[in-house]
Design a protein around this ligand. Structure first.
Ligand code: 13P
Length: 245
């Protein structure tokens, strides 16, 4: 069975003191051992979180470069993440695809480099409102997946996050039916890689997930967890154990 997965993407938010508070709350919370929890603070705070978070919770960077080291000002390498015991990275988030102009190919290349060098990837995909309204959701997500497949052989270190852009930070969560439909389509697409990959790969939903809507979403057969933005910054958030809600 696929282990339920909850990721917290802090994006470019937080301060030393607010992040220490989130860590303290997580360290004191009752967590479900059946749920894998990974939190992703801004790069500046990765080490702080790594050094203070309880055992069992993993830490993810929000980006990584696809070269070993060298003259790449502003970038962080996979080996530097590993050196700091950061074993996860979020790649292909829609904010990086749209604002930072990362192409499907660049995202795939970074994903390949990270996974081949021992860092697991939360790989994000999703359509814009315009694309959804034009009936192109599955087409858009399939194209993003095809670009990944062109470069990836080993899928065991990849978790997919489906994040419809129109649901991110808008309070407009996808309905359970809308989310399940796309998750099912992604799982069907994964069969083109192999039945094993389709069966084993976790597919997370992201976009306005909160304490109230997570339980219903989490019950869908092809939703294996969440990537949570805004709600993960609330010190007292409870969605880390959504299956119990
Ligand atoms: P929100 O939960 O704030 O909508 O953000 C979702 C997201 O982009 C997580 O990566």
């Amino acid at each position: 069975a696929r282990k339920f997965f909850v990721g917290g993407n802090f994006k470019m938010n937080g301060t030393v003191s607010s992040i220490k508070e989130i860590v303290k709350n997580l360290n004191e919370a009752t967590l479900d051992p059946e749920v894998e929890v990974v939190i992703s603070p801004p790069a500046l705070y990765l080490q702080l979180v790594r050094d203070s978070i309880r055992p069992g919770i993993e830490v993810a960077a929000q980006n990584v470069f696809d070269k070993p080291c060298g003259a790449f000002t502003g970038e962080i390498s996979v080996s530097q993440l590993k050196d700091s015991n950061i074993n996860w990275v979020i790649l292909g988030h829609s904010e990086r695809r749209t604002i930072l102009k990362e192409s499907d190919e660049v995202v795939a290349s970074k994903t390949k480099y990270a996974t081949e060098n021992g860092v697991s990837v939360i790989w994000c995909c999703g359509e814009s409102l315009e694309e959804r309204e034009a009936g192109k959701t599955i087409e858009v997500v399939s194209k993003q997946l095809e670009a990944l497949k062109a470069q990836i052989n080993d899928w065991s270190k990849i978790v997919i996050a489906y994040e419809p852009i129109w649901a991110i930070g808008t309070g407009k969560v996808a309905t359970t039916e809308q989310a399940q439909e796309v998750h099912k389509a992604i799982r069907d697409w994964l069969k083109s890689v192999s039945d094993k990959v389709a069966e084993e790969t976790r597919i997370l939903y992201g976009g306005s997930v909160n304490e109230k809507n997570c339980a219903e979403l989490g019950k869908q057969p092809d939703i294996d967890g969440f990537l949570v933005g805004g709600a993960s910054l609330k010190p007292a958030c409870t969605f880390w154990h959504p299956v119990n809600l």
